[in-house]
Design a protein around this ligand. Structure first.
Ligand SMILES: C[S@@+](CC[C@H](N)C(=O)[O-])C[C@H]1O[C@@H](n2cnc3c(N)ncnc32)[C@H](O)[C@@H]1O
Length: 505
């Protein structure tokens, strides 16, 4: 059985969307029930591109959940009578009217995937249903150029780093299936979701409707065109940042390739976005940046940012041109066993060589229109360890930066996730290395000297910063001014990084 590739747009008709949502709800079409149905192993295998383990686990099961699982999680045709029983309110005709399937008397052939997608935010665990185009596994072929992506690794990365802050107006630029707009809509009065692709917007609108989200407006257009003259408190974007050589035979996937040379799309976004931010407004995006002829990617990126903006860049990894080319050629479904692989690799490597590209960085960029009277923030760092709860860590970092601009808090407390590790040479009484470690957020590890370790250890929210510093000067028998000059900048860093927080007054 092969699924049908359909490049026509789905149709977000409100009543059909409501009926579908009621059917999915009644079927308990959610992550956990599906995982229980076919087992964890099979569920994990699907994430690695294998659907056979799920098919084996539910072979012969004609129940509602198994039918919907095969139809929409795997994207496989199902007998019409079983689908009719699984979506009784909508009916198979309604599925066809929504553009999610092609229907005949015997068979319903999906033209889209529809999967439960769980998420965690400040309010706890939730779940969406997300419709998107059939993936490579369901299509059995490489993706078409106008493919509308479901929730992938980059989507999850952006979702994880978005500041959990309440805002009036938010923009999701390049919304695709709408996952970021749905998340932001939980904290925003209004969200504008834009995309160059009408098909993507149709999916995003279906997804908003079936999830009962009504504060998102959808607009078609390139980059900032659809919001000309408007300003937002929060702009989020997982833009089509993938660097792609321009030439015959190189596919231009709308979902990942903005059609410009090198990292020009990320540069254009970073240069243009300030005009669309309210004072204090924040933009967050994922991106790639090229190191060229000795100019580091991070330096090039920071040169694109005006001085009146705050900038916090976190580079997560850096790839060689070869590693980058291989990653994205494989992502398009071409492997070294395919004849197309070598010409594509040549095109990518030639493109990088022509522009003197020596490496490509990937990471997150946060820009803020600096609040009135705010002190400048320009932090550019590489963080390669596993991270969690980054959105909260970024929000707290910005708040700490603002707080520190009016001086150190009088009293500090050590954050609950901080531990200290002491490393001693065998037989020694004194540690040769003391490390402070963060359990969450950026999970930073810092080497500290005994004075700073003692300072952090004494931050219990009772003693003031000055009382602790004075006691340490006595203990280490050093002049207070010398100790303070040495400690103060490092205490500020610990507050910014969330090792220390102001004590509740
Ligand atoms: C990587 S996908 C991100 C989708 C979704 N926001 C997510 O996080 O999963 C990039 C999206 O940008 C859209 N896009 C491509 N070129 C664009 C442009 N010039 N202006 C606006 N959107 C564009 C694509 O259609 C696609 O939906």
């Amino acid at each position: 059985m092969t699924a049908v590739s359909d490049t026509s747009a789905p149709v977000p008709e409100p009543l059909h969307c409501a009926a579908l949502a009621a059917d999915l709800d009644a079927a308990d079409f959610r992550s956990e029930p599906l995982r229980r149905l076919w087992g964890e192993d099979a569920d994990d295998a699907l994430g690695r591109g294998m659907r056979e383990p799920i098919l084996r686990a539910i072979a012969g099961d004609e129940g509602v959940l198994a039918t919907l699982g095969r139809l929409f999680v795997l994207g496989m045709p199902q007998p019409s009578h079983l689908v009719e029983a699984a979506v009784p309110r909508l009916g198979v005709a309604g599925l066809a009217a929504l553009g999610l399937a092609e229907v005949s008397a015997e068979t319903v052939v999906p033209t889209a995937l529809l999967r439960p997608q769980s998420f965690v935010d400040a309010d706890g665990v939730g779940e969406w249903w997300i419709a998107s185009d059939l993936d490579e596994v369901a299509l059995g072929t490489a993706l078409p150029a106008d493919h509308v992506l479901g929730v992938g690794g980059a989507s999850r990365t952006l979702a994880e780093i978005i500041l959990p802050i309440e805002v009036d107006r938010a923009l999701d630029l390049g919304t695709g299936c709408g996952i970021q707009a749905l998340l932001v809509a939980r904290y925003a009065g209004t969200v504008i979701a834009t995309d160059i692709s009408a098909r993507a917007l149709a999916y995003a609108e279906i997804n908003a409707r079936i999830n009962g989200v009504s504060n998102i407006t959808f607009r078609q257009g390139s980059m900032f065109e659809p919001v000309e003259g408007e300003a937002f408190d929060l702009v989020v974007s997982n833009p089509p940042f993938v660097i792609t050589p321009r030439g015959d035979g190189v596919p231009e996937y709308e979902y990942r390739d903005g059609g410009l040379i090198g990292d020009a799309l990320v540069e254009q976004f970073i240069r243009d976005v300030p005009a669309y931010l309210t004072p204090g407004g924040v933009a967050q995006l994922l991106g790639n940046w090229e190191s060229r002829n000795g100019a580091s990617g991070l330096d090039r990126l920071s040169s694109w940012v005006r001085d009146d903006l705050d900038l916090w860049v976190i580079q997560r990894e850096e790839l060689t041109p070869l590693g980058y080319a291989e990653l994205w050629i494989r992502d398009g479904g071409t492997t070294p066993r395919d004849a197309a692989f070598t010409p594509l690799l040549t095109a990518w490597l030639d493109d990088f060589a022509e522009r003197g590209v020596t490496s490509i960085g990937f990471g997150y960029v946060l820009l803020r229109r600096r609040p009135v009277d705010g002190s400048p923030l320009r932090r550019i760092e590489t963080v390669s360890q596993p991270v969690s709860g980054v959105g909260v860590a970024l929000r707290n970092g910005l708040a700490a930066h603002d707080l520190l601009s009016s001086g150190l808090p009088v009293t500090l407390v050590t954050a609950a996730d901080v531990t200290e590790a002491r490393h001693l040479l065998p037989g020694d009484d004194d540690p040769s290395v003391i490390e402070l470690r963060q359990g969450g957020g950026f999970a930073r590890t810092l080497s500290v000297d005994p004075a700073l370790a003692a300072f952090v250890g004494a931050c219990d929210g009772e003693l003031t910063v000055m009382q602790i510093a004075a006691a340490l000067a006595d203990l280490f028998e050093v002049p207070f001014a010398d100790l303070w000059a040495d400690l103060e900048p490092r205490i500020r860093s610990l507050v910014f990084d969330g090792f220390l927080a102001p004590a509740a007054s």
